[in-house]
Design a protein around this ligand. Sequence first.
Ligand code: GDP
Ligand code: MG
Length: 442
Amino acid sequence: TLSDRLADTFKNLRGKGKLSEADIDATAREIRIALLEADVALPVVKEFVGAVKERARSEEVSGALNPAQMIIKIVHEELVTILGGETRRLRYAKSGPTVIMLAGLQGAGKTTLAAKLALWLKDQDKTPMLVAADLQRPNAVQQLQVNGERVGVPVFAPEPGNGTGNPVEVARASIEEARRKLHDVVIIDTAGRLGVDETLMQQAADIRDAVQPDEVLFVVDAMIGQDAVVTAQAFLDGVGYDGVVLTKLDGDARGGAALSIRSITGKPVMFASSGEKMTDFDLFHPDRMASRILDMGDMLTLIEQAEKAFDSEQSMRAAEKLATKGGFTLEDFLQQMMQIRKLGSMTKIMGMLPGMGQFRDQLENFDEREIDRIQAIIQSMTPAERDNPKIIDGSRRARIAKGSGRQVSDVNQLVDRFFEARKMMEQMANGGGMPGMPGMPG
Ligand code: GDP
Ligand code: MG
């Protein structure tokens, strides 16, 4: 999947201190393959990769983020941009009922969506009415009626026995009915076919002309991949629409359709439908979708927080010290640990890092007080001991243990761990690496 590929790419970047042109090219290549595999249309991929490359080249490496994190950040921001930036809200009519017409292929999820949207509007104190203008399929009207009942919204349908109903007439009549009954939103469900065809487009266009909708929403199954773009374009030409609704997002982890449609049609994705329950529906949030495409857990949140919490000057100083062998002291260790603590609990921080899922059990058993203990031990040391841990001999250990209320074995363990961590960090300092992770107890 896209997320896996990107994660792999970023893994390769993890040890790097600086991005070379070759790194950027390699990363761009991986992102390109990943997006193509996620069914994102080629022109969109090209545009996207170009934008990421450009920014990766020009952006300053900040003190708080390593290159891998920076690329993740750039990719995320560019994803949000290409997905449309801000969420686009429904436009309501200034007077009279707001008319929303749904269009899309058969099976796209229009009828289901009509009811979900009605429920969502009801929750916002609207009084919607559903309109059964799909007279194509034998059960279409009944299906909408069942759904309408589930969400407690009335359905305007041709009377039984009035078999040869004309969907255009039904739609037109529904607006009158809505005025009479003071419904402020009318949602018109229309017929779809299995593929794009003339008759279908013509009928949708006729309904559109008859009711002059405030919003035409194109409903599309996110699982159909590249075909979504072709269909989206056909409906844009044949009927025209103001916004897009992606359905069945629960079944599609790839998100390629969302990227392509917005970018190629220029129409915003406004709503997302993600399940069979009537409440599996929400406004489409580009930033959430971007996070989902990246699937970096809360890595992005962590990056944001890290940028805020890390005093970049202090990180720089620590980095300098690391570059000199033995320059990093227990005092620095303590400082770094306290910086990390500003980000939240260790369990939370670890849980945010991608690839940490396998350690979930250990994380759950991780005792936050461990940090307090480490802190107590270091604080029981003299400044000289913190600066030069090598001098901490047996008698000093006994004194420190006493002072911090710990066992000598605890002190031994901490000192050993510190030397191990320092060695590891000195190695990382020469090739970069995650800043601020040294305080992590094993
Ligand atoms: P229409 O032909 O466009 O009116 O599509 P329907 O509303 O009849 O939906 C077709 C099928 O897709 C039905 O079985 C729905 O239950 C299902 N469906 C619709 N939306 C979603 C969704 O968001 N997630 C899932 N899993 N199924 C959906
Ligand atoms: Mg239907």
